[in-house]
Design a binder for this molecule. Structure first.
Ligand code: UT7
Length: 345
């Protein structure tokens, strides 16, 4: 590449680093399962679930699949971004509970949106999926030309939860959250947020602590096999808990430091909603004012990748985010994967 070319491309990248969340939306299925409902089915109680997790209820699918939830949240995000589906340039779906291995959930979503001939891909980084999706969208927004990337996180966790395992089955719920990430902030109907930075991490050495193995090529199923426990989410809860707090703290402090921001400058932290005790431990370590934390785990349980975009969209909808606010997103999940993002409204 000549010096002139490299200068021009640098200039283009700088000029285009204007990546913006122009629309948000979320959707949860109608049916609600309360802690009391679980207590009728197994040896558990509202008291145990509430004190150990903060969860009071979760929404569960009866007939909808991942792409159905994704579609509902996408329609709302597109409306807020003042875009039609045909104006999308890419569709990314973060999920580990897709409708099927093939076709991927993004292709199914694209079809439901009535669009075609653009890129549509799924990513699986478990509960960190939305933040990974934001980073991919940010990269796409820096390429030449206009980009409107739909980043959706959609999970039907209840399709892969073992209802005979009281430790895991009470934790999860179904839902989807979507964001339109555009190469400029112009034209959106609502308040847009500039995607300032994203910080992603992974460590495969710890993968065994949180798994969903059955049906994968290392654990194939043959015709007539019955499924065993490994067909469902399995987790070493206490270990995962410790790593979640430590990793979310580190990845949050790192993104703040490299942007010369103090934790006191953050107007709202939107953390992954897995367990109220994890969120409170993170807040304590970061010295955050509890008023600057967004929590909705009591209503939805842990919706994996969908939890951050559901919480972000709900925070915006309920007036918890105002013009000028600096918002920190942070998540942790299987893999392990973890990540943070800064959004300036
Ligand atoms: O989204 C990805 C990241 N995921 C997470 O971050 C989840 C992290 N882990 C956790 O949130 C917690 O570890 C759990 C909520 C999963 C479990 O809480 P815990 O305080 O770590 O409980 P534990 O697994 O150590 O179990 C304590 C006791 C056990 O009884 P004993 O052995 O002390 O007699 C369990 O059998 O609680 C019992 N127990 C229950 N009791 C009533 C476990 N689950 C239940 C239940 N109802 N549903």
């Amino acid at each position: 590449m000549t010096a002139a070319c490299s200068k021009a491309s640098e200039h283009t990248l700088v000029m285009k680093n204007n990546c913006c969340l122009t629309g948000l939306g979320y959707y949860v299925p109608e049916k609600i399962m309360t802690n009391h409902d679980f207590a009728l089915l197994m040896d558990t109680s509202d008291e145990w679930i509430t004190t150990r997790t903060g969860i009071k209820q979760r929404h569960v699918c009866t007939h909808q699949a991942c792409s159905d939830l994704a579609y509902q949240s996408s329609v709302l995000a597109l409306k807020e971004a003042s875009l039609t589906p045909r104006q999308l340039t890419h569709v990314i779906v973060a999920t580990f509970t897709p409708d099927a291995f093939i076709p991927n959930a993004a292709c199914l979503l694209l079809e439901k949106l009535g669009h075609r001939n653009i890129a549509a891909l799924d990513i699986n980084t478990a509960c960190t999926g939305f933040i990974y999706g934001l980073e991919l969208a940010r990269g796409l927004c820096m390429l030449p030309g206009e980009a409107n990337v739909l980043v959706v996180a959609s999970e039907v966790l209840t399709s892969r939860v073992n209802f005979a395992d009281r430790v895991t089955c009470v934790l999860f719920g179904d839902g989807a959250g979507a964001a339109v990430v555009s190469s400029s902030c112009h034209g959106a109907a609502g308040m847009s947020g500039r995607l300032v930075d994203v910080n992603l991490k992974a460590d495969g050495a710890l993968g065994e602590l949180l798994t969903l193995k059955g049906g994968g090529s290392a654990h194939p199923l043959a015709l007539g096999d019955t499924v065993t426990e490994n067909f469902f989410v399995q987790m070493a809860g206490r270990e995962v808990f410790k790593h979640a707090v430590r990793s979310m703290y580190n990845v949050s402090m790192e993104i703040l430091e490299r942007n010369n921001i103090r934790s006191g400058d953050i107007d709202l932290v939107v953390p992954h909603q897995a367990n109220i005790r994890i969120i409170e431990a993170l807040a304590k370590k970061m010295n955050l004012d509890p008023a600057n934390l967004f929590v909705n785990v009591q209503k939805y349980g842990n919706t994996s990748a969908a939890s951050v975009p559901i919480a972000l969209a709900e925070a915006k909808e309920t007036g918890r985010i105002n013009p000028g606010d600096l918002v920190l997103l942070v998540a942790f999940g299987g893999g392990f994967t973890w990540g943070s993002a800064l959004v300036q409204y």
